[in-house]
Write a protein that binds this ligand. Structure first.
Ligand code: NAP
Length: 281
């Protein structure tokens, strides 16, 4: 009797040294006794298109996509889900009949963590978003879908936040969305949620983007960064009595959705959460 081939999944991006995704997915495969493996595929830019073109011959069944290829991979795919199209980026690829189909589970992952685990109600909230890059777009689209009272955007490059605001206005005409050109104008003092979707905070010497005096006990401070788990923003939030969360919850939920797209099986949340926590420890 011939044995079924190991199903192959993985992450494409550059660089990939720090990724926790193999731990999370391999733990889930082992728990469900699936004959599958998740690997890292670190690709240079010129390798991206040939790699996508050869997934079937490489025996790959599914991929995650990370920086810098979430947008660049879009034109290389056979189809794009409505969410990925709205966000303009793909973080999950399903290989079906030899063809690559793109999804985005980042925005839904963020919102699931925010609503299900943190119990945050978006409906009446005033929200400040730092950053207007790929992750911020995913977050902003899913926040906009959930209909906050107000969404304020800031990016060091105001053209990026203006482009994001135009995109949101086109798809969510009832959204009250404002672009500011200084962090001080985000209204964090009156906000219910502030989200850091910039990479600022990943390095120990990074500055604090917000004025600590604006952090108040009614505020939830969500840093998309998960490594380090405590950025200076989150340390300041803790000191000022705010609720706070790092990005491992978003990473978990985006990974669970990708797992379900690939395998058609419910993702084992606790197994994946513990694998992530062990990787971060
Ligand atoms: P990105 O596409 O490079 O976007 C980052 C944005 O922040 C860029 O627009 C950048 O502007 C802007 N920025 C940089 N410095 C700034 C500053 N001082 N003030 C305001 N804006 C600034 O990166 P990304 O993929 O969106 O990722 C952003 C962060 O989210 C990273 O830390 C990443 O690790 C994290 N992330 C977490 C998850 C998760 O699952 N938890 C998922 C995705 C991303 P310039 O381009 O002009 O520098």
């Amino acid at each position: 009797m011939s044995q079924a081939a190991t199903r192959l999944y993985g992450l494409i991006g550059f660089p990939l040294g720090h990724s926790l995704s193999p731990r999370m997915h391999n733990a889930a495969f082992a728990h469900l006794k699936l004959n599958a493996e998740y690997r890292l595929f670190e690709l240079k830019e010129e390798e991206l298109a040939p790699f996508i073109g050869s997934v079937a011959s490489r025996g790959i069944d599914g991929l995650n996509v990370t920086v810098p290829y979430k947008e660049k991979v879009v034109p290389l795919l056979a189809s794009i889900s409505p969410e990925a199209r709205l966000i303009g980026a793909v973080n999950t690829i399903q290989v079906r009949d030899g063809q690559c189909h793109g999804f985005n589970t980042d925005g839904s992952g963020f919102l699931q963590h925010l609503q299900q685990d943190l119990g945050f109600v978006v409906g009446s909230a005033r929200i400040a978003l730092l950053g207007a890059g790929g992750a911020a777009r995913a977050v902003a689209v899913f926040l906009a879908k959930a209909g906050p009272r107000k969404l304020s955007l800031y990016d060091v490059d105001i053209q990026k936040s203006q482009a994001l605001a135009r995109h949101l206005a086109e798809h969510f005409p009832r959204l009250d969305c404002q672009v500011v050109n200084r962090v001080a104008d985000l209204g964090i003092k009156e906000a219910d949620l502030v989200v850091n979707a910039t990479p600022v905070g990943m390095k120990p010497a990074d500055p604090l983007l917000v004025d600590p005096a604006d952090l108040h006990p009614g505020l939830l401070v969500y840093d998309l960064i998960y490594n380090p788990p405590q950025t200076s923003l989150l340390a300041e939030a803790r000191a000022r009595g705010c609720r706070f969360a790092h990005g491992a919850g978003m990473l978990l939920y985006q990974g669970m959705s990708a797992f379900e797209i690939w395998t058609g099986r419910p993702a084992p949340k606790e197994v994946m959460r513990l694998a992530l926590a062990a990787g971060l420890a």
